[in-house]
Design a binder for this molecule. Structure first.
Ligand code: DLZ
Length: 284
């Protein structure tokens, strides 16, 4: 019957609220459904695990709003950089707690205090399923994009770049390779994957059924080649090759009416790269 937990934090000003949203975005929080009713607004952030603790006796002496993280030092560095930009807030140092964890506190203007912590026990809060994070910070990705139908593939490329960079990837950590057409994507993707320099490859192209001779044969070979490269190299390949009846349909999927499949492929690559990393960690 229980569905989830919601903790509500009142931020002093709308400016501070926007700044905090910037921080939470940079930390890789997954966005939930926000709201704006004209008198106030809320931004929702989702976490894979929730926990309500009722305490009696000695209290842990920490803020009531706690965010459990992995890589606490990296989070601390990100929060310090944010505080340097918005000095109305204060960040404390990482310190050991009496409950086998390390924690630092972020004090926001107004009364909100947030504690970020990491347990010393690697099994603490272990989720029931392995799921990928949506943080691309510090990771290298490659994008293979076909020049054929460039009016569309350029939009897909912008979508993928947007997904990667909004998730913390730096532009210099993204290699873009342009190939003549969709047919050439698997070969370039494979060459990139074999370098082992990238945690994910994003493949982007457009095949138009009406205008492509031997459409089925090309499509089958492109999808088989990308899949084979992924399986044989072990590097995740996101599939962003559109197969459409018409140019209009392709445009809809490249940022008009039906989202941007380049963005979706970028997010899938980030998630899969994280899953690979986690699975490797679990099997050690
Ligand atoms: C030749 C061709 C055709 C007819 N249609 C497409 C298409 O719709 N999308 C695409 O990405 N590429 C197409 N190509 C080009 C082939 O993928 C390939 O680049 C050339 O045949 C050269 O090997």
């Amino acid at each position: 019957m229980i569905k989830g937990l919601t903790a509500v934090a009142q931020v002093a000003t709308e400016e501070a609220w926007s700044q905090l949203n910037e921080l939470f975005g940079a930390l890789g929080f997954e966005n939930g459904k926000g709201w704006d009713d004209g008198t106030g607004k809320g931004a929702a952030y989702l976490a894979p695990l929730g926990n309500l603790e009722l305490i009696t006796g000695r209290a842990p002496a920490v803020p009531t709003l706690l965010v459990e993280v992995t890589q606490l030092e990296a989070v601390h560095t990100a929060v310090k950089a944010w505080v340097a930009k918005y000095p109305a807030s204060q960040v404390g140092e990482v310190a050991a707690t009496h409950w086998n964890s390390r924690l630092f506190v972020l004090k926001l203007a107004g009364d909100v205090e947030l504690g970020f912590w990491e347990s010393e026990n690697p099994l603490h809060g272990k989720p029931v399923a392995i799921e990928g994070d949506l943080s691309a910070a510090g990771k290298k990705f490659a994008i293979v994009v076909a020049r054929w139908n460039a009016v569309i593939t350029d939009r897909l490329l912008q979508g993928s770049l947007d997904a990667l960079m909004r998730s913390g990837c730096k532009r210099e950590d993204i290699e873009i390779v342009r190939v003549p057409g969709a047919w050439e994507i698997p070969s370039a993707a494979r060459t990139l994957a074999e370098t082992k320099r990238f945690v994910g490859i994003i493949t982007l192209g457009v095949l138009l059924r009406g205008e492509t001779a031997h459409y089925e044969a090309i499509y089958n070979e492109v999808s088989r080649g990308i899949g084979q490269s992924q399986q044989e190299t072990g590097v995740p390949h996101a599939f962003g090759v559109l197969t459409c009846e018409t140019l209009e349909q392709a445009l809809d999927r490249a940022g008009l009416k039906a989202g941007n499949k380049g963005f979706e492929a970028g997010i899938a690559a980030i998630e899969m790269a994280s899953i690979q990393e986690k699975i490797a960690g679990v099997s050690k």
